[in-house]
Design a protein around this ligand. Structure first.
Ligand code: BES
Ligand code: MN
Ligand code: ZN
Length: 509
């Protein structure tokens, strides 16, 4: 998608489609101008209730060829105002409207469209009821993200790729030249973030016979070679991990004929010589059968999404590279396949992690924490400013929070505040869960320093407790994204979450 900005008004711009907005029953200024031009055709959509009040509902008007510089008008609904603030657009509604205009354009024969953004700024925007008036760049970025995301279609393993949408150009139009000028950076940032989110979706969606640990290791190298030397990538093979004593990681990888990889990327967008990095750690279980503690068969295909934590790390790194962000980030991806086999780990096995702590594997399906704990110990060598791990870690997390919020755990409250607010700003929310000592007891083992499971109660919490034992030397947070990383059912597919949260956090910290 090509974004450009232009100082122009709604009557003079030559375009395949003029996109204008309604806010509940009110036509916003550009819509009003077009309405007058076309004998009340837009107000009729509202008066006759053809345009619904739900955010994102839209109506098109196609005009006779050659009569106007614009060939179509799309009227998009921004929804009802926030209940106690008459002039405030809900940020969720705004994003719904942007997504809807994007999907509408994608399905249409329109080759280029112009969005009259000034309309949005005639109102306030209430970002998730945070009582905050959001700035131009936020809105602009959301528009670019929505367009990029909507234009993603999975096609890598279809014999015929989906037909390419006709739309290739979006013009961001305003009558205010300061606004079009300042929008350029925000559009570029939104496009980069959208591309990062789409990479995470693509990796999640790829079948597990393609997206293996080796595939991810190669991808890291490809990203590095397209980064203008800002990103470096390497990976540890089995021998190197044996030498480091990563017995927990290897206990998972060993049951598979796909070799496990610990992938390390370093993005240095700052010139400061000795800056300490923020570290991201991603769970990259490219398929989780459960191992010897085999999962039931129904729906097991969805365990190809068990590398979505890793996918979000790749997506975030790509976004940072694309936007040339001035940050220093190390990414560690613990990539392995969890399989049952003659040489797979068994319930009752005791393994020694890189930290020296021993673990009794009571359930081989609690493999995520085993691959992550060694990655967390490895992270110590970077003397990190913060470490955030991202993992589709527990089914219990889905029970607790459903599909709307990722679970957040931390050993440093200021880090939680930063991640929570990044999630709100990015429309990629997290909710903090307790990490109290009381829960730690559930991990007691008679035969090792700890067990790898804590029983049924509070399963997402005890998984976080397990990880916390490997994250004592730095400020650490854990995001359990089991409920947010992908959709099931007819919309089955990876969401790209929490790339937006992570990138927002890294840019603001
Ligand atoms: N990858 C799963 C978690 C998962 C399950 C995410 C379903 C999303 C949907 C993880 O490796 C796992 O199997 N966890 C077990 C832990 C249990 C054995 C303590 C679980 O949640 O059942
Ligand atoms: Mn598992
Ligand atoms: Zn898993």
């Amino acid at each position: 998608m090509q974004f450009s900005t232009k100082k122009t008004d709604v009557l003079s711009q030559k375009t395949g489609c003029a996109v204008v907005f309604a806010f509940a029953n009110t036509l916003l200024p550009s819509a009003k101008i077009l309405d007058e031009q076309h004998g009340g055709a837009l107000s009729a959509l509202i008066d006759q209730k053809d345009l619904k009040l739900s955010a994102g509902h839209k109506r098109w008007i196609t005009l006779p060829l050659g009569n106007t510089p614009y060939q179509r008008v799309m009227l998009v609904q921004l929804g009802k105002p926030v209940s106690n603030k008459q002039h405030a657009i809900k940020s969720d509604n705004l994003i719904n409207a942007f997504t809807s205009l994007a999907t509408g354009l994608k399905q249409s024969p329109v080759k280029d469209a112009t969005v009259y953004i000034d309309d949005i700024f005639t109102q306030n925007i209430d970002i998730n009821h945070a009582d905050e008036c959001v700035d131009t760049s936020w809105v602009t970025e959301q528009l670019a993200i929505a367009l990029e995301k909507s234009f993603y279609t999975y096609s890598q393993t279809k014999s015929k790729p989906a037909p390419k949408p006709a739309l290739t150009k979006i013009v961001y139009a305003s009558i205010d030249s300061a606004r079009t000028k300042s929008a350029k950076t925000a559009l570029a940032r939104g496009a980069a973030l959208g591309a990062g989110i789409n990479l995470a979706r693509e990796l999640g969606n790829l079948p597990p016979n393609i997206c293996t640990p080796t595939y991810l290791a190669n991808l890291a190298k490809t990203l590095a070679s397209n980064s203008n030397k800002k990103l470096t990538a390497r990976d540890l093979n089995q021998k190197q991990m044996e030498k480091l004593g990563m017995g927990a990681f290897l206990s998972v990888a060993k049951g598979s004929s796909e070799e496990g990889r610990m992938i390390i990327m370093e993005y240095k967008g700052t010139s400061a010589a000795n800056s300490k990095p923020h570290v991201l750690v991603g769970k990259g279980v490219t398929f989780d059968t459960g191992g010897i503690s085999l999962k039931p068969g129904s729906g097991m295909d969805e365990m190809k999404f068990d590398m979505c934590g890793a996918a979000s790390v790749f997506g975030s790194i790509k976004a940072l590279v694309d936007m040339k962000a001035k940050v220093h980030v190390v990414a560690i991806v613990a990539a392995a396949e969890n399989m049952p086999a003659g040489n797979a780990s068994k319930p009752g096995d005791v393994v020694t992690s890189m930290s020296g702590q021993t673990i009794e594997i009571l359930n081989t399906d609690a493999e995520g924490r085993l691959v992550l704990c060694d990655a967390l110990t490895y992270a110590e060598r970077f003397k990190p400013k913060s470490v955030v791990d991202i993992a589709t870690l527990t089914g219990a997390c889905v029970v607790a929070l459903g599909n709307h919020a990722s679970a957040l755990y931390t050993n440093h409250q200021p880090l939680a505040e930063k991640l929570l607010s990044a999630g709100i700003a990015a429309n990629d929310k997290a909710w903090q869960m307790p990490l109290w000592d009381e829960y730690q007891k559930q991990l007691d083992s008679n035969f090792a320093d700890m067990a790898n499971i804590g029983g049924m109660p509070g399963g997402s919490i005890t998984a976080a407790c397990f990880l916390s034992r490997y994250a004592k030397k730095y400020h650490w947070a854990h995001l359990d994204i089991a409920g947010t990383a992908w959709h099931s059912g007819a919309r089955k597919g990876a969401t790209g979450r929490p790339v937006a949260l992570l990138v927002n956090y890294l840019l603001n910290t």
